[in-house]
Design a protein around this ligand. Structure first.
Ligand SMILES: Cc1cc2nc3c(=O)[nH]c(=O)nc-3n(C[C@H](O)[C@H](O)[C@H](O)COP(=O)(O)O)c2cc1C
Length: 371
């Protein structure tokens, strides 16, 4: 490759490459690695091969978010996903976090509970998965066992699991945590009226449906500090049969409510992202009202390219842009954005396979292709 060193002047002309101060974190650019489940954590323990995977994608002052990581032994719903509820898991995360820090990255752990998106095989003692509801996912999705509805009294225990997981993430050395409140998992199940059919204080009105996540936010913010907490939401998607009859009101209410806790960022999935990662433009929804309402750092994700990421930053539609699939397939995505190079295509069949190398750490770097 010919001279790929850019002057700072050239970099400034690329909005995604401008620095940004996110709370106490000085980011050197606005290209975020989106959270991506890779199903290579055997026995729910992060593995040594993740050291290479994450460090390949680290840049000095770059912001990375881990794959979704379970908060407890009832939180799992997919094979080989990592957790952060045991000492062994915390220890296993440490070298991965250290490797990202050694290259100057800022690293948050995304924590989740899958709720009803699970089956007995993943649950302790083969019990039913837990959720806000006992409504099952459509039976054709044979992988899911009908859930057991949590009693009102059990809910503080789940909130506490998130708090402990956040504490463990700090112990592992992470810079902060992101709550996975998107895509039809536990938090989203509480938020959306298609799923949440509770009659106690955690269901019914919009305020009641948002109570669970806000209790988690409050508990985690108290535990690790609001400046180390981000929340991911997808009010407009209906993955895992988890949709809402008024997603605009839900998104706006959440953005306004999150302001009260002073959390670091709000990370929102674009309405254009539909099932299977397809992009459908032209819908009537936009994230603009949420962006306007939320007072701190805003991150968007969902189908972004280099060009429309730059445009979103320039037009003030967001502060940062998270890239999923392009980051998965391009360990040196930032460098490619700098020089506007072609991108490696992603290989969908190996997104979730368990091989420690193939489709994981073997995507080529630009220097390896261009001579
Ligand atoms: C392989 C894969 C795994 C994903 N796992 C997660 C996850 O663990 N947590 C999450 O919030 N989103 C997850 N997502 C969604 C991405 O974070 C991102 O929002 C989505 O891919 C859209 O962005 P993109 O068009 O840049 O890929 C995943 C996406 C992919 C492709």
């Amino acid at each position: 490759m010919e001279n790929t060193v850019l002057t700072s002047e050239t970099k400034q002309s690329i909005p995604l490459l401008n620095p940004y101060k996110m709370g106490d974190f000085n980011l050197s650019h606005r290209v975020v690695m989106a959270p991506m489940t890779r199903q290579r954590s055997y026995g729910n323990i992060p593995q040594p091969h993740a050291v290479l995977y994450y460090s390949q994608r680290t840049t000095p002052g770059g912001f990375l978010i881990t794959e979704a990581t379970g908060v407890s032994d009832t939180a799992q719903g997919y094979e080989y996903t990592p957790g952060i509820w045991t000492k062994e898991q915390v220890e296993a995360w440490k070298p991965i976090v250290d490797a990202v820090h050694a290259k100057g990255g800022i690293f948050f752990c995304q924590i989740w509970h899958v709720g009803r998106a699970s089956n007995r095989g993943f649950q302790p003692n083969g019990e039913a998965p837990i959720s806000c509801t006992d409504k099952p996912l459509t039976p054709t999705k044979a992988l899911f066992t009908p859930p057991r509805r949590l009693s009102t009294e059990e809910i503080p225990g789940i909130v506490n699991d998130f708090r402990l997981a956040a504490r463990n993430a700090m112990e592992a050395g992470f810079d902060g945590v992101e709550l996975h409140g998107a895509h039809g998992y536990m938090i989203d199940q509480f938020l959306k009226d298609n799923v949440n059919d509770r009659t106690d204080q955690y269901g019914g009105s919009l305020q009641n449906r948002c109570r669970f996540v806000l209790e988690v936010v409050e508990a985690v913010a108290k535990e690790i500090g609001p400046g180390r907490l981000g929340v991911r939401l997808s009010p407009f998607t209906d993955f895992l049969e988890c949709g809402d009859s008024n997603p605009e009101a839900l998104g706006l209410y959440m953005a306004e409510s999150l302001n009260k806790y002073g959390i670091l960022y709000c990370h929102v999935v674009e309405p254009r992202l539909i099932k299977g990662g397809e992009i459908k433009e032209g819908g009537s929804y936009t994230l603009a009202p949420m962006r306007k309402a939320f007072q701190r750092t805003f991150i968007v994700a969902g189908g972004y390219t280099r060009d429309d990421g730059n445009e979103a930053v320039v037009k003030g539609r967001t502060d940062l842009v998270a890239y999923g699939r392009w980051f998965l397939a391009n360990p040196d995505l930032l460098k490619r954005f700098e020089v506007d190079a072609a991108l490696n295509k992603y290989d969908r069949p190996t997104f979730y396979t368990s091989d420690p190398i193939v489709g994981y750490t073997d995507y080529p770097f630009m220097d390896a292709i261009v001579s």
